[in-house]
Design a protein around this ligand. Sequence first.
Ligand SMILES: Cc1cc2nc3c(=O)[nH]c(=O)nc-3n(C[C@H](O)[C@H](O)[C@H](O)COP(=O)(O)OP(=O)(O)OC[C@H]3O[C@@H](n4cnc5c(N)ncnc54)[C@H](O)[C@@H]3O)c2cc1C
Length: 413
Amino acid sequence: MEDPSPAAGALQDIAVVGAGPAGLAAALALAHVGARVVLIGPPPARMGTGPGDTRTAALLQSSVDLLKALKAFDALADQAAPLKAIRIIDTSDRLLRAPEITFLASELALDAFGYNIPNTALVEALYAQATQTLHAVEADSIARIEPAADHLVLTCSKGTTIKARLVVGADGRRSICRAAAGIEAEEWRYDQVALATSFEHTRPHDFVSTEIHRRGGLLTTVPLPSPHASSLIWVGGKTKIDGLMRLEPDAFRAALEERLEGLLGTVGATGARASFPLAGLSAKEVGVRRTALVGEAAHILPPIGAQGLNLGLRDAAALADCVATALGRGADPGGDDVLKSYTAARRIDIATRTFGVDLLSRSLLTDFLPLGAARSIVLHGLNRIAPLRRLVMRAGLAPPTALPSLMRPGVGP
Ligand SMILES: Cc1cc2nc3c(=O)[nH]c(=O)nc-3n(C[C@H](O)[C@H](O)[C@H](O)COP(=O)(O)OP(=O)(O)OC[C@H]3O[C@@H](n4cnc5c(N)ncnc54)[C@H](O)[C@@H]3O)c2cc1C
């Protein structure tokens, strides 16, 4: 029987597996540099038909510049809240408690560090752009990937087969692409769970994101576009978070108000809640055997410091640079040169973020006194020494290596 899919048959430059935010951004970035791209993955759950993804993503300015370059930001502008300041408050009962500290974007002459965007809106905007831009979008899952002479053969669950020179594994934690390429991954757990939701409040947030540190727990509010609404990440032990998940809305509202100690006034309606066990993952390689891994297929970080998707979007943009170079030379986009240059481009950024976020998470979530004390000393130093504070802010905003082309301001329309 003839295969009806436009993706089947002819050899494609690139097949991107996974229509999460990292996969969608990678597919659009690769099409932007001239590759013939097929995207395969279950489409995003429609907004409003269930609790959906309750998370938002705090995206740094470089990630927003990528969204602009991919023509996806205009559709999101109404739902994106600028992050003008980040405040850290330590309410722990440690001997050496950290001082309250506020990082202002204006200290770096920026309007905002970035924007907070609901995940559902982000994925829908990128998917809409993908259906208009890409060679083909297959609403299916990949069941099998096998090597052939100069390409890989992907078999979809519904039976369609797709041939591609490069497979981009953007299929998350249990990546079938990672397994098919024989790439091992190290995984670890933190014994903590994050609850993600949103809430309304009477006092305006003034576009300040606030982290409240407490021994063994962390609560972060992140502004939404309404001055009286914020998203929330509440990290704590499993028993504590399970208890919060079970509360009726009114009881949860009261628990949150008590925990915020009046920071945002009276807490009003709260949104759907979802919980995420904190985990880490690091793939041993990100580019081998015609396979490049992006996003959570390559690395998972705890949601502390808002680095996870920013890192995944940098994967997408860096891979586009490597493929652009190959296509410009008329070379194979899945060849070893491309995968080696992708690996070199990503190694330091992924390693430093994984190490940094892991250390920060452990210093916040552990009762191990020296680590908590060391963090307090660092925060004391940052509070007093403005040049050091600016240095840390810059390090938080940009990778230690040069930004990929599509993340440099002015590349977008
Ligand atoms: C509570 C919380 C808060 C966070 N906040 C932030 C933040 O503020 N800023 C930030 O930068 N990051 C944040 N993150 C991290 C961010 O949410 C993730 O990095 C991001 O969602 C991962 O996107 P992804 O596309 O890599 O993976 P996923 O979203 O998991 O997408 C993988 C996709 O692959 C598809 N798939 C799987 N298997 C197959 C297959 N066989 N065939 C085809 N498709 C397949 C799935 O259906 C899915 O659509 C947060 C994370 C958590 C848990």
